[in-house]
Design a protein around this ligand. Structure first.
Ligand SMILES: [Zn+2]
Length: 265
């Protein structure tokens, strides 16, 4: 299955980073991005590490926040001080935060920036309610999704300004579970609140897992109903799963659905 990190993966990563770094003083820092090449955070304390949708925020005692994002293939790995780093070749390392106990190593991060903590809104303020955040707000999520009634539910679910944390994996699986065709306009959709809550449940159920499943089956090749199963028989009705890319120009994303279980309306 795809490894593009969605909100639950980012949430779990930040929980682990917070456990390892929160309340600790950095003994070293290294940023392998031009804008931060000379930045040194040694001696600075880590207040906490939190997720906001698919974004990671490292808040420091000096009033600054390190903002990172995984996009397609980024990751943070945590290693005991004496352990070798194994997250990829050295040239893929973008950031290192070390304490007396551990090194947190950020690989393939397309976004690495430092900003005043009071200005975090400039990078995450546009996000809708976080499906796994303390600020979760169903009414606000529904208000945002329905503000563009002609838009397809498939596009609305991926828009992080509506819901923070959902990606293509949960989008496809959720719409299958609810029997909704991905191109259904938001306005023609009964049970939108139920659908959004079900999506949140999927992320909640998977947030501590390294491998996501929506079928409840953890075996390889059985973890999804439709995602990345083009032309394979639907697990419920046997119909061949369809796939298509759609979305705003330049931001088309692949969706999967069963034409029988998710008929177009
Ligand atoms: Zn089916």
């Amino acid at each position: 299955m795809g490894v593009v990190p969605e909100g639950d993966t980012v949430w779990r990563s930040c929980q682990q980073l917070n456990h390892a770094l929160g309340g600790q003083e950095l003994t070293r820092s290294e940023f392998r991005v031009p804008t931060l090449a000379t930045t040194d955070l040694a001696g600075v304390g880590v207040r906490e590490v939190v997720s906001r949708g698919k974004h990671q925020l490292f808040r420091f005692t000096n009033g600054f926040t390190l903002h990172t994002h995984f996009r397609m293939e980024g990751t943070w790995r945590i290693y005991a001080r004496e352990r070798a780093w194994s997250g990829g070749p050295d040239f893929q390392i973008r950031a290192v935060l070390g304490t007396a106990e551990v090194n947190a190593v950020g690989y393939r991060l397309p976004v690495v920036e430092l900003l005043p903590t009071v200005e975090e809104d400039t990078v995450v303020g546009h996000l809708g309610p976080d499906l796994l955040g303390p600020d979760w707000d169903l009414d606000e999520a529904l208000r945002r999704i329905t503000s563009d009634p002609e838009r397809t539910i498939g596009e609305a679910l991926l828009d992080q300004r509506n819901l923070a944390g959902m990606g293509t994996f949960y989008r496809s699986e959720l719409l299958f579970l609810q029997g909704v065709h991905p191109r259904t306009p938001v306005s023609g959709l009964p049970g939108l609140a139920r659908l959004v809550l079900r999506g949140r449940q999927l992320l909640l159920a998977n947030r501590w897992r390294t491998e996501q499943t929506t079928t409840g089956d953890l075996r390889a090749g059985r973890r999804t109903y439709v995602f990345e199963r083009p032309q394979q028989p639907c697990r419920r009705c046997g119909t061949a799963i369809r796939t298509e890319e759609f979305g705003p120009l330049g931001q088309e994303r692949r969706s999967y659905w069963c034409p029988s279980c998710q008929p177009a309306r």
